[in-house]
Design a protein around this ligand. Structure first.
Ligand code: WQD
Length: 343
């Protein structure tokens, strides 16, 4: 009997890639999504890649009645991987209440449902944003959380605390939070990838859309930082490597291999890459010259952050396998493929 895993936000960027890895590792996957920032057809694309189209339930996790109905009709759930959340840093500054309500109420409802329906394991999609600008680099899991610079980042910090407090009093629930650095790229089949609505906030989709001709030019937000080439540094990891970490984490919980009821892991390559280095990588793999200009800094950007992934490497037996160029190449292949399909 296949173990059944719920993937909330399952038609989204990281959710869909994780669903592929789960199915390919023998799990039965049920996607829950309200399609606020994704499309239902992604479930079919997952089916095309794996040969198994996952069940897709379309509703909002903030609707506790719909959530209860779902779990009353879907028994023997081995675990939940919770991606569903609003995630645009800039937008969260302008719409704080929407972010707090959506991201926190959905998480609280999930935790409530786990208690009601005896679901033992939760993997939570967290973010390196919780560290703010770390004092020490590379950043380890015991680095202090800095005051969040955006409501989005704050919902991740508060979310982790809600989970920690819940599992510390409920022996039947264990949880792992995965703190992502900067996920980029797409599945090598180019069947799924990042599909931001409107103008992309994130660097790599903006690069590929500019190269494809959908955007005039990329704005590089500042080159006066205290870094070798003056542009911000991030830890860009391939989304498929990131997806694999979620399979490892939910398996760890199902097999009760976790050492504590609540564990946290940094997921990154351990290597810092500047904006200009990311652009160079894209130009190398695509053979395209990217049109960009240096502009002022973007409010809320931190200067530099990259992970110390040694704890995840050792404890999870997980490490990134793909290079920056691999990730950029798949991002570019995806951009070309999806534009052809959308024509
Ligand atoms: C990366 C670098 C920008 C766009 C955020 C969240 C994080 C996660 C990923 C959700 C920065 C520069 C960007 C552009 C640019 N979110 N940039 N021109 O801000 O590091 O992380 O997104 O899961 O939690 O905090 O990612 O891709 O927006 O920016 O120069 O048009 O690229 O200044 O230095 P960020 P990003």
């Amino acid at each position: 009997m296949k173990k059944k895993i719920i993937v909330t936000g399952g038609t989204g960027y990281i959710g869909s890639h994780t669903a592929v890895e789960l199915i390919e590792n023998g799990y039965e996957v049920i996607l829950i999504d309200n399609l606020y920032n994704s499309e239902a057809i992604v479930a079919e694309w997952i089916g095309k890649i794996t040969g198994i189209m996952p069940q897709l339930e379309i509703f909002d996790l903030c609707d506790i009645n719909k959530l209860d109905d779902f779990f009353s009709n879907n028994k023997n759930i081995a675990g939940i991987i919770h991606f569903a959340a609003y995630k645009a840093v800039g937008e969260s500054v302008n719409k704080p209440l929407e972010y707090y309500r959506n991201n926190l109420v959905s998480l609280i409802n999930i935790l409530d449902a786990m208690k009601q329906h005896s679901i033992p394991g939760l993997v939570f999609s967290s973010s390196c944003t919780v560290y703010g600008q770390p004092e020490k680099l590379p950043v380890t899991e015991d680095a202090p959380m800095q005051p969040a610079i955006s409501p989005y980042g704050n919902t991740k910090q508060i979310g982790e605390e809600i989970i920690r407090d819940t599992v510390s009093t409920d022996k039947n629930i264990n949880s792992i939070s995965l703190r992502y650095f900067n996920p980029i790229g797409a599945h090598p089949s180019a069947m799924i990838g990042e599909l931001p609505r409107g103008i992309p906030e994130n660097l790599v989709p903006f690069i590929t859309q500019t190269a494809y001709g959908l955007r005039d030019e990329l704005k590089v937000f500042g080159n006066d930082y205290n870094t070798p080439d003056g542009t911000c540094i991030r830890d860009y990891l391939h989304v498929v490597d990131l997806a694999k970490a979620h399979v490892t984490a939910i398996k760890r919980l199902i097999e009760k291999k976790n050492r504590e009821s609540y564990e946290v892991f940094n997921l990154g390559t351990g290597k810092g890459v500047s904006v200009l280095e990311a652009i160079e990588s894209f130009e190398r793999v695509s053979g395209k010259k990217l049109k960009y200009k240096i502009t002022g800094r973007r409010a809320g950007d931190i200067e530099k952050i990259w992970a110390d992934p040694s704890y995840a490497n050792k404890e999870l037996g997980w490490k990134t396998l793909s290079s920056l160029d691999d990730a950029m190449r798949t991002a570019w292949e995806w951009e070309n493929n999806i534009r052809k399909r959308k024509q």
